[in-house]
Design a protein around this ligand. Structure first.
Ligand code: CTP
Ligand code: MG
Length: 227
């Protein structure tokens, strides 16, 4: 069972406030982007990486890809205004009918076993996402006042990768484009065309590096993995 992966990397990293794309920040002396790409480079089931990049990062990313011998990241496509546009640009270049994953470049701690369970599920069902059960009590709040306490057992924090059969994801993206609908993840586009999405339990370590404090969590995860 093989798959290709779209990796959106064309953001600006505004909330990280590093003055450059957060994917260029280093963890253990290696850029975040490389940590993420290496996971797929090392996974024999991954047959290709399609990387969506911002034109301003193109030169730097190409140097990094060469330096770290990342042979699977051959296809670079221009990113768009929003994450969804970046992924749509990448998806339009996919011609096969197999399984496609979408994985944020800003989640460097994804592991091969979780990718395997996810892709196997997507092969069976057509659409699968990885996530973890919510740990906190969740409340709905309006104008500063709690309206309800949401039943926690039904709530999941959803991550990437998300995995789909190519024609299904393409259909969902084309429909969202026609409707000018912007979702916060890929599965939401598939859900809105009425297709069931299966959830696979992943790891709390699979964090997205978003704000500066996430870098402390990242160091802690790396330290744990070395022991
Ligand atoms: N991304 C993208 N194209 C965009 C926006 C985001 O490819 N137009 C990518 C980012 O590079 C990142 C992933 O989508 O790998 C998740 O986005 P996010 O964590 O929001 O990163 P940024 O958009 O870079 O950060 P911010 O929102 O703080 O500017
Ligand atoms: Mg963003």
């Amino acid at each position: 069972m093989t798959y290709q992966v779209i990796i959106p990397a064309a953001g600006q990293g505004k909330r990280m406030g590093a003055g450059k794309n957060k994917l260029l920040l280093e963890l253990d002396g290696i850029p975040v982007l490389v940590h993420t790409l290496k996971v797929f480079e090392a996974d024999a089931a991954c047959t290709g990486i399609i990387l969506a990049i911002h034109p301003q990062d193109e030169a730097a990313f190409k140097v990094i890809i060469r330096k770290h011998k990342l042979t699977k990241a051959k296809r670079l496509v221009p990113g768009g205004e929003e994450r969804q546009h970046s992924i749509f640009n990448a998806l339009k270049t996919v011609t096969d009918h197999g399984i496609i994953l979408v994985h944020d470049a800003a989640r460097p701690f994804i592991q091969k076993d979780d990718i395997k369970r996810l892709t196997e599920t997507a092969e069976k069902t057509g659409a699968a996402i990885i996530g973890v059960p919510a740990k906190d009590t969740m409340k709905k709040v309006e104008n500063g006042v709690v309206t309800t306490t949401v039943e926690r057992s039904s709530l999941w924090a959803v991550q990437t990768p998300q995995a789909f059969r190519v024609p299904l994801l393409l259909q969902a993206y084309e429909q969202a484009d026609r409707d000018h609908f912007l979702g916060t993840d890929d599965a939401s586009l598939v859900e809105r065309i009425g297709y069931p999405v299966t959830i696979v339990e992943g790891s709390y370590d699979n964090i997205k590096l978003t704000t500066p404090e996430d870098l402390f969590f990242a160091e802690a995860i790396l330290k744990k993995r070395k022991t």
